[in-house]
Design a protein around this ligand. Sequence first.
Ligand code: PXG
Length: 288
Amino acid sequence: MKIYLDGKFVDDSEAKISVFDHGLLYGDGVFEGIRLYGGNIFRLDEHLERLENSAKAIMLKLPHTRQEISDLTCETCRQNNLTDAYIRLVITRGVGDLGLAPWLCPKPSMFIIASKISLYPQEHYDNGLSIVTVPTRRINPAALPPTIKSLNYLNNILGKIEARQFGALEAIMLNDQGYIAECTADNVFIVAKGEIVTPAASQGALKGITRSAILDIGKALNIPVRESDMTRYDVWCADECFLTGSGAEVIPVVKLDGREIGAGKPGPITKRVLAEFRRRVLVEGTRI
Ligand code: PXG
């Protein structure tokens, strides 16, 4: 596998980062997880815009322009002869000393990995996931805005560990007011009374690229879509629930905290949205 690393394409065995890189020492950096479908990169420009905003928020100067990063992302896919892939684009603060000071890190590092994707097993798309709410709260935006897609994922990882302890593959994380923020690596949607509803990003969610695609799809299919506060009760009593993410795409949820949602199987609106999403990813996107 060829990895792009700081100006060169290198074999994965040669793709190494210093132990003094602040991405490793402090989680100081930003990233994107992007999908390539049939030779088209889905919403690449939106991913790069989010990357720029994440970098701006942590006062990290990107080493390349948007066009250059776009070209390098496409080239990484071509170098690996991929037509369908998961792309991980990472920018770290770079090498510094053993103090926090990011201003002592003169040069950010950038690397791009394009590899085969490992999705949830098909049975979960067919039958739906059973998930739980975990005790770990999503980090408060006043402490670290969840809209920044940073390399510091420990909050989400604690949630993921708890999900597994409860026998679930994903978990709902609440914000510190007790409203639903998102899952550990996916956004949350419900369908209630014919409307698609998702928590606002201000509730402590990442502004997911898949999430914004679903908001567009709702409009295109003439299904009302709305951002709103959401409690666990709203999900328990919804007609349908699904999660979205670049990795998961659109995955139905049929149970939360032991309560069956709706008919306890993937619902009709979830199926329509998923079908439209799968149609769009093949026709939209940046040709590599
Ligand atoms: N919330 C969080 C916290 C995320 O990390 C999403 C929502 C969905 O956003 P997108 O833009 O992908 O629709 C994410 C993104 C993986 C993986 O391996 C996925 C993410 C992060 C890291 C790894 O599936 N998710």
